[in-house]
Design a protein around this ligand. Structure first.
Ligand code: ZN
Ligand code: ZN
Ligand code: FE
Length: 827
């Protein structure tokens, strides 16, 4: 006994379970090296979705090991859980520390890492002539490289990836098998001798040159410097590159891509280069250089005076040009620039050779999905580009570039794709496996992984990479594959399929087909309810909350087009407690591209007599006559409460472009026009149950809590009426008030209206969701106003506020519904 006690005080043995993103990120070699450095014996192995470690050594060494494990894990690992259990010591100290084979192939769902930007060590290697991977564009290691874009199925081993056809050379094999090497078990390991190779082709597919590294890249870089348009096979899809400092080349790209106005993203070689063009905060720098390396929306330094559609008086806009000025055509009239750093060795090498910023946009024709294989790129991008730079490593699934900003809510992901997908999000409740098919625009799909298998009270949800708008048949095909992919990859047999309430969405049709095939229920979640639920899911809220879902359009169960909604959401239930006053949209969906139609509809609703006169400059006499007839006869004029369309209408009435080329363009122009001003908000009228609320809301006086007609809230929705505001805007326009002031007042009016409704509903927690909250000015104004009024405000961070978040919301509503029924199937 005494012998044993003395023994255990000098030796400690611990079993350690580590959960989170711990596989495919170099975790085991890290543990191996750490254990050896502390002279610990034992082993490490992958097990289902965790890593198991068993160590024995002096108590000090074990403690040091645990401290390092907790505080300095490998850069790409994310430790969500670390449990330490003391074990009785082995009599004989294990001589070695070893990496044991993976255990338990019936793995529930290991966390698959997302694609990772090239790590600093690999960047150094490709620029070092002494290294065998000098100039090799497919260099990677366990800390970096492709993941989600190359994995065909689980478990994550090379034969199940796009690298299966590349046999490792002896040198790569040695690295792959050496636990002390940075490339130990790096599945996509490659080198110039054994890995993928580049080819440069003309738009007809004829190969111009082939070899890895310099000559091909040099030629491609040369072409870019001459203003040519390059199709590049990137990490998760084709991209189109052009010299960003060459205005003519940028215009040519816009014409060929049929994308006249939408902002283009720019890739710059280094953070220093980015700082020359944009203001970069410490947080922004950190995101730019993170392993996700997303497109970050940054404030431009360059003066945007040229071609500016509206006067702009931000003092920050007058900083002198940097060395390579970027033409306004990259993001016309936009104070922000979407910027990213190189994230593959290919991008690093190319950018280095080009020596200036390049436009780097998805490889697709407007509306179509991104091309991912060489033949497809040739067919679809051939007519658009002057050269194609591609390679022979297949892309298993499309993974577009992510877009983020450091906005009013912190780090906000506006497009969730590369670097973030498929890292799971967690629902704070148990749920069966469910498949949610999202909305129609900016589609993503989501799958929940069965929480009952894992015996936790959290349900992991995997949200697909950004799919895009489902207007084009090719996009619908990509969407179908994305849904099938998630379901097959995670081996999920959904207990239900969830979709939008809209009967005509391609995603709804697909949900019906799948539900029939699998004989499972098809659950329909109202669009704006899903918006609010997505934000609730992010913040672990079960309700009741007041959700503000403001966007372009969504199917309302009452036959109108919703989009300016105040919903009380609790559990799987929602109640529409208020909405903006509706107005007719002449031509329905056609109004999306014609803000002037929203203006006409809004004015017609207010006063059919005044409408024609107020907008006659925006239409030809014939057009106006036809539209007025439609409005009078109520033909093809759906009514809407949409805030997106309200933005369009106000933008058009302010003389901003009456016709636009992408949804949200008018709202963006109005946002960017706003001047910092302490101008008063306009007034909105609040009507309860058809009776005008006695007090007009706005700046006039503070409301009194005792006046709140909470009882009436349960009956008919409260109407937030824009008419007083509209009259005041028309008045301001006649008086020649600057658009910047009108815009600022308009934004503040909406925030004030939100506060009014929030006070009537009187719930402490407010959730903001919907595409309108991509507008940073609106989001900031709303958060400020609501917080000042004493409410707690929740906004999106992890998923987009727009329709990219719909799938998560659908899934959350369905999950809550199952919980309300004690997880029994929904009949
Ligand atoms: Zn690396
Ligand atoms: Zn090799
Ligand atoms: Fe929406």
């Amino acid at each position: 006994m005494a012998e044993n006690d003395r023994h255990s005080s000098q030796v400690r043995r611990a079993a350690i379970t580590v959960g989170g993103v711990v596989q495919g990120v170099g975790f085991r070699p890290f543990v191996y090296n750490l254990a050896r450095s502390q002279r610990l014996g034992g082993w490490v192995r992958n097990e289902a979705d965790t890593v198991q470690i068993d160590v024995q050594g002096t108590p000090g060494a074990v403690e040091a090991f645990l401290t390092a494990l907790r505080n300095v894990p490998p850069p790409q690992a994310r430790i969500d859980r670390l449990e330490v259990r003391e074990l009785p010591c082995l009599d004989a100290q294990p001589a070695e520390f070893e990496i044991r084979p993976s255990f338990g192939r019936s793995a529930p769902q290991p966390v698959i890492p997302a694609d990772l930007a090239t790590c600093p060590e690999c960047v150094q290697e490709i620029f070092d002539p002494a290294q065998r991977r000098h100039l090799y564009p497919f260099t990677n290691c366990t800390n970096c490289g492709p993941r989600w874009s190359i994995i065909e199925r689980l478990p994550y081993d090379r034969p199940q990836t796009a690298m299966k056809t590349f046999a490792m050379c002896p040198a790569c094999r040695a690295e792959y098998e050496d636990p002390a090497d940075r490339r130990f078990h790096a599945q996509p390991i490659a080198c110039p001798r054994c890995g993928p190779q580049l080819e440069l082709a003309d738009p007809q597919g004829r190969i111009i040159s082939r070899t890895s590294g310099q000559p091909v890249l040099q030629q491609a870089a040369e072409a870019l410097r001459e203003g040519k348009i390059l199709g590049l096979k990137g990490l998760g899809g084709f991209q189109i590159l052009v010299d960003a400092t060459d205005p003519e080349a940028v215009e040519r790209l816009r014409t060929r891509k049929r994308r006249p106005h939408r902002p283009l993203a720019v890739m710059m070689s280094s953070l220093e280069e980015v700082r020359r063009h944009c203001r970069v905060s410490a947080d922004e720098a950190q995101v730019l250089t993170s392993p996700q390396t997303p497109i970050v929306l940054l404030t431009r330094k360059e003066t945007l005076e040229e071609n500016r559609p509206v006067p702009h008086t931000h003092p920050s806009a007058f900083i002198p040009h940097p060395s390579f000025p970027l033409p306004d055509a990259i993001a016309p009239g936009n104070p922000y620039l979407g910027v990213m750093l190189p994230y593959t060795p290919l991008h690093h090498l190319l950018l280095h050779l080009v020596g200036r910023p390049v436009v780097c946009t998805s490889g697709n024709l407007s509306e179509e999905p991104m091309a991912t294989d060489n033949a497809e790129a040739l067919e679809r991008l051939g007519p658009m580009v002057d050269l194609l730079l591609w390679h022979d490593r297949p892309i298993v699934r499309p993974v577009d570039d992510s877009v983020v900003r450091l906005g009013p809510a912190g780090l906000e992901i506006l497009r969730r794709a590369r670097g973030y997908a498929p890292l799971p999000l967690a629902l704070d409740l148990p749920a069966p496996p469910l498949l949610a098919l999202g909305g129609h625009l900016k589609n993503t799909v989501a799958v929940s992984l069965d929480s009952r298998v894992r015996e936790t009270h959290q349900t992991p949800v995997v949200l697909s990479s950004h799919v895009g708008d489902l207007d084009h048949p090719l996009s619908v095909e990509v969407f179908r594959r994305a849904a099938e992919d998630l379901q097959e990859f995670y081996q999920v047999r959904p207990a239900a399929v969830v979709c939008d309430l809209h009967p005509d969405y391609a995603s709804t049709h697909e949900a019906e087909v799948l539900a029939r095939r699998w004989e499972t229920p098809c659950l329909r979640v109202q669009h704006h309810h899903a918006h609010v639920a997505a934000c609730m899911a992010e913040h672990g809220l079960a309700g009741p909350v007041l959700g503000l879902a403001w966007d372009g359009t969504g199917y309302g169960p009452d036959g109108t087009v919703w989009g300016g909604e105040f919903l009380v959401c609790e559990g799987s239930d929602y109640r529409r407690v208020a909405h903006f006053r509706t107005f007719p949209l002449p031509g329905g969906d056609r109004a999306v591209r014609q803000p002037r139609r929203s203006a006409l509809g809004l004015l017609f609703e207010m006063s059919p007599e005044e409408a024609a006169d107020a907008v006659k400059v925006l239409f030809s006499p014939d057009e106006l006559k036809t539209l007025l007839q439609m409005l009078t006869r109520k033909t093809n004029c759906p009514r809407t409460s949409s805030v997106g369309r309200l933005f369009d209408a106000v933008a058009a009435l302010c003389g901003l472009p009456p016709v636009i080329t992408f949804e949200g363009q008018a709202a963006m122009t109005l946002e960017f026009a706003a001047e910092p001003s302490d101008a008063m908000p306009y007034s909105l009228a609040v009507q309860t149950a058809g009776v005008p609320w006695p007090r007009s809301c706005g700046h006039a006086e503070e409301p009194h809590a005792s006046d709140m007609p909470t009882a009436s809230v349960g009956m008919a929705p409260v109407i937030l009426d824009w008419e007083p505001m509209l009259r005041a805007i028309l008045e301001d326009r006649r008086a020649g008030v600057p658009i910047g002031v009108i815009s600022a007042r308009f934004h503040r009016t909406l925030a004030q209206g939100a506060v009014e409704i929030a006070k009537i509903v009187n719930l402490p927690r407010i959730v903001l969701s919907g595409g309108c909250f991509q507008n940073a000015l609106l989001l900031r104004t709303m958060i400020d106003a609501l917080q000042t009024a004493g409410f707690t405000v929740y906004a999106h961070q992890k998923v987009p506020p727009g329709d990219g978040g719909i799938a998560l919301g659908q899934l959350y509503v369905a999950a809550m519904s199952y919980n309300e029924r004690n997880l029994t199937p929904i009949p």
